[in-house]
Write a protein of this length. Structure first.
Length: 81
């Protein structure tokens, strides 16, 4: 019997070097339930102010004492007005 097992199909695998380390520019404000268009530093205008005031971190996450900080922030805004 003739062995006719041609193993020519040795195709090079299309290996995609996963570019997971590419920093994706956010297209929306990262703050929970916001999703507005970024204004600065990927935050919307309102939340960029929050970030500047230390109400949220770079990722748009609120600290545990967010409420306290937010109240103080509101107070400051009132005084500035
Ligand atoms: Zn926002």
């Amino acid at each position: 019997m003739a062995k006719d097992k041609s193993k020519a199909a040795n195709q090079p695998q299309n290996q995609h070097a996963s570019d997971n380390n590419v920093v994706q520019l956010p297209t929306r404000c990262p703050v929970d339930k916001c999703g507005k268009k970024p204004y600065k530093s990927s935050f919307c205008e309102e939340h960029f102010t929050w970030f500047k005031e230390g109400l949220i971190n770079r990722k748009g996450e609120r600290p545990r004492d967010f409420d306290k900080k937010y109240q103080a922030f509101l107070k400051r805004q009132k005084q500035a007005a």
